[in-house]
Design a protein around this ligand. Structure first.
Ligand code: NAP
Length: 285
């Protein structure tokens, strides 16, 4: 099975390196193409560099589109006549709908066929959203499919993505909140603990690096404790915050004052997500 990756930027490079390093895809089967070929030159030791997106599309069974939304439409229109009939397309962008992706892959007869009730040129498309924790093979990669993807395609795709961590299947309409929970969450977690560390440093002379390590190790261990003992967040709070004790003073502050902040956070990020999706979809009108 040949795996093609179009776009050798942050995501495309990461996927290519992971697929190669895990031994899942050998040099001959891993095909790369990008707008600035010079950026791929070091990859030729472990991947096959294609001269064009169409050359890649003609030989790939799975085509990863690691492109910004404003480049997606042009590339889809460029490769649609070169794609293998049974190819699976995988967009790394969560904002552009399956409907618009399908439309760009089809020719001008699409709307006429759709209007006449036919199912125009079905293309198999998946959307995949990895998280930055893929760097340490602990991504919570989100995945969703259009109706044409077969269970065999799903198995092939999951077998590739598993090299970066877990794979979580969601319906298209849940991809937004899903992305907040796994793709944005490292940023949310880091900013919350940045605030906590800075506040603690007003009361201690322990060096900054040591404070950060103490908090980080405790954070990781708390997560592992919860997962291994099947504990909820509330279980941990109950276990540590004995009534009338010191921890309880702190957890009370969090439960009293943090809900408003968390609510505003999601209101703002979801609004931004909606506007970003509208802008991305507009490229396809
Ligand atoms: N970054 C993240 O953490 C993250 C996480 C999840 C999902 N995503 C999504 O993944 C997608 C890619 O993001 P990214 O961060 O990897 O973007 P990026 O770093 O800008 O990479 C995009 C790549 O596409 C190449 N490209 C542009 N037009 C092309 C064309 N016509 N033919 C071939 N290659 C072309 C660019 O070439 P040049 O080198 O010439 O610019 C660049 O290498 C986006 O839709 C983003 O929303 C990103």
């Amino acid at each position: 099975m040949n795996v093609g990756i179009i776009g050798f930027g942050s995501m495309g490079k990461m996927l290519a390196e992971k697929f190669s390093a895990s031994g899942l895809v050998d040099r001959e089967s891993l095909l790369l193409s990008s707008r600035s070929p010079e950026k791929m030159k070091d990859a030729k030791k472990w991947a096959t560099l294609c001269k064009s997106n169409t050359e890649l599309a003609a030989s790939s069974d799975i085509v990863f589109l690691c492109l910004r939304p404003f480049d997606l439409k042009g590339v889809l229109e460029e490769i649609r006549d070169s794609l293998k009939e049974d190819a699976l397309l995988v967009s790394l962008n969560g904002s552009v709908s399956f409907k618009n992706l399908e439309k760009s892959l089809s020719d001008a007869s699409y709307e006429a066929e759709e209007a006449s009730g036919k199912n125009p040129a079905p293309h198999k498309i998946a959307k995949v959203i990895p998280s930055v924790t893929a760097e340490v093979d602990r991504s919570q990669t989100l995945i969703c499919y259009n109706d044409h993807v077969t269970s065999s395609d799903k198995g092939n795709l999951k077998r590739l993505l598993i090299c970066m961590g877990n794979v979580i299947e969601l319906p298209e309409e849940e991809l937004g909140m899903g992305s907040e929970l796994v793709s944005c969450m490292p940023g949310f977690i880091a900013s919350v603990f940045d605030v906590i560390v800075k506040a603690s440093e007003e009361h201690t002379k322990i060096p900054h690096d040591q404070v950060v390590r103490m908090v980080l190790q405790t954070m990781i261990a708390t997560g592992e404790l919860m997962l291994s003992k099947d504990m909820s967040f509330e279980d941990v709070v109950t276990r540590v915050a004995t009534p009338g004790g010191i921890t309880e003073e702190g957890t009370k502050v969090v439960y009293e004052q943090f809900p408003k902040t968390a609510q505003v956070l999601f209101e703002k990020t979801l609004l931004k997500r909606k506007l970003t999706a509208e802008k991305a979809q507009a490229q396809f009108e």
